[in-house]
Write a protein that binds this ligand. Structure first.
Ligand code: GRF
Length: 220
């Protein structure tokens, strides 16, 4: 079975992007290298000029541009996204630099099945320019978070996090580059955790079935 076809062993995921798509690339690479048993069924961008579309095409993945400006309401846009993803039977939706808020129609189509990667140690610094916010606040440790998507911006249960030091001579760009390395490392790990199943959500807490100390290769 090709790594491009969904199967019980290789569930399909949908990836939503708006820009360069380096996190999408991290998922593509993890699948190609056998670190993630999944297949990317569809990449959707709300922008036709997103660099990530080319990365998807180069990997032979179906792409779709769904321009939010073509829809009268946010719900109508979300319904269009949900319908494309549902028709490909994706098991999980991964936001990877997708710069639109996710509303009820998509959340209801994929309850606890939408992940996002954010360049801060949430709940610190949600929203845009998280790395600049961290630097200006003066924190000494920054990082990356993969979390479940809820109606609250960058507010859902945390699946995985990774920390990086903040250096005195950092700029938002140098800090972003250091954080991005961790994003690329933990996003495929978080997708694997989700697809492996057995997890639960208790209140705000995402709980994995086993201790990470018993699961080699998965970030703590
Ligand atoms: C990443 O920093 C991600 O955390 C944030 O947007 C950026 C997207 O980068 N949500 P890329 O498009 O994956 O390269």
């Amino acid at each position: 079975m090709s790594e491009r076809q969904a199967s019980p062993d290789r569930p399909g995921i949908g990836v939503l992007i708006s820009g360069r798509g380096s996190n999408l690339q991290a998922l593509i690479d993890a699948i190609a290298e056998g670190r993630l048993m999944a297949t990317i069924a569809l990449v959707i961008s709300n922008r036709g000029d997103a660099g990530g579309l080319e990365r998807a095409r180069a990997a032979g993945i179906e792409t779709l541009v769904v321009d939010h400006r073509a829809f009268a309401t946010r719900d109508a846009f979300d319904r269009a996204l949900a319908s494309e993803l549902v028709s490909r039977r994706v098991a999980l939706v991964c936001l990877a630099g997708f710069m639109r808020l996710i509303g009820a129609p998509l959340l209801e189509a994929f309850p606890d099945r939408i992940l996002n990667v954010h360049p801060s140690l949430l709940p610190a610094f949600p929203g845009v320019e998280a790395q600049r916010q961290a630097l200006e606040h003066g924190v000494k440790v920054a990082g990356a978070t993969v979390h479940l998507v809820t109606a609250e911006l960058d507010g859902g249960p945390i699946v995985l996090q990774a920390a990086v030091p903040v250096r005195d001579d950092d700029t938002p760009e140098t800090l972003a580059a250091r954080i991005l390395i961790e994003e690329h490392r933990i996003y495929p790990d978080a997708v694997r955790v989700m697809l492996d199943g057995g997890w639960s959500v208790e209140g705000r807490r995402f709980l994995r079935p086993r201790s990470p100390y018993q699961t080699p290769g998965i970030s703590r």
